[in-house]
Design a protein around this ligand. Sequence first.
Ligand code: ATP
Ligand code: MG
Length: 377
Amino acid sequence: MEPDKQKLIMIVDDEEDIREVLSITLTDMGYDVLEAENGEKALKLFRENRPMIVLTDIKMPGMDGVELLQKIKNENPYTQVIMITGHGDTDVAIKSLKYEAIDFITKPISNDALEIALQRANEKIVTRQQLKQYTENLEELVREKTMLQDNLSSLGVMIGSISHGVKGLLTKLDGGLYLVESAHGKNDHDQLKEGLDILKLTIDRIKKMIFDILYYSKEREMKVENINLLEFANDVADIAEQKALPHNIKIVREFNDAPPEFKVDSEYIRSALINILDNAVDACIEDNSKDRHKINFTAKQDKKNIIFEIHDNGIGMDKMTRNKIFNLFFSSKQSEGTGFGLFISKNIIQEHGGFINVKSAKGKGTRINIKIPKEFT
Ligand SMILES: Nc1ncnc2c1ncn2[C@@H]1O[C@H](COP(=O)(O)OP(=O)(O)OP(=O)(O)O)[C@@H](O)[C@H]1O
Ligand SMILES: [Mg+2]
């Protein structure tokens, strides 16, 4: 309720003298006063001004006070209505209490009786406001509690999932270290290289995971900059190749139609693309049904967008998996995956105003299409 309305009061009486006297008294008490000489006019003024207190005579030609009381309560049950009664209409006055009038005062109106009735009305208004505020505060508290609970439980899932991922990575570090140590003793260069490759790859995975966690856990301002798309795409392909080549997976670069430059937060888009290429490599490694595996990595443009495409001929996905891949923590890779990758990639792409589209067929492969609008740049 607006505070000024609280001081607004309406007097309804067909006798002008009574209205005048009441108006002076109420103005002296600090109220803003509206006057109406009959029920119809009162209702119109009520609708226009929404006073919080109405003082109405019961006996009036046309719409009487009780009818007006009912209409007002119907439109706003929180308006407080004080009935003015003449001698002999106590019955009607009592009836009006049934319709939720706050009080009634008899003519001739004494200032004391008026003040007491107004005090009751004001107390009711204040109590109701407090109640409303308590309810709102309570609702806010319940909302905060629910949010806190949700955050806590997703934190729990996250910690579980990360610990799982870290455990897998530590096992790999141990394996790499073992190879390096034993190769060192034997002076076996091939094994040394193999061990170092495992260590490098695992450290890259740890870096990626930490980057993902940081992205998820804190807000970061976007750092949009002009980048050379060809250099950028080659750079991303190089990183993916480190993981792909040892498994004989070819990364086919198709960057001929790429625009020379575009503006993005390159650190983030790089991370999104590497996540997706990483998945493509995993999908090829897991697939035993084909002799040769390759991943086509395309950067091109149409009128409105920069387009990246990553197309692998790995294991592909069934519909159920396909529907869950963007969910946080969804991973089909047990200890090898945290389920962060695509969740974060999608967020990054959406932050750039773009979208990601996935087509996949089990046993055949997966095609991921990313569009980032040029006008974002
Ligand atoms: N190219 C793909 N081919 C087949 N399945 C895929 C492909 N990309 C994603 N998926 C499926 O989507 C799941 C979620 O991918 P996401 O990158 O979010 O997590 P992850 O790779 O399991 O773990 P990480 O957090 O290490 O990336 C994968 O576990 C896999 O089941
Ligand atoms: Mg992944």
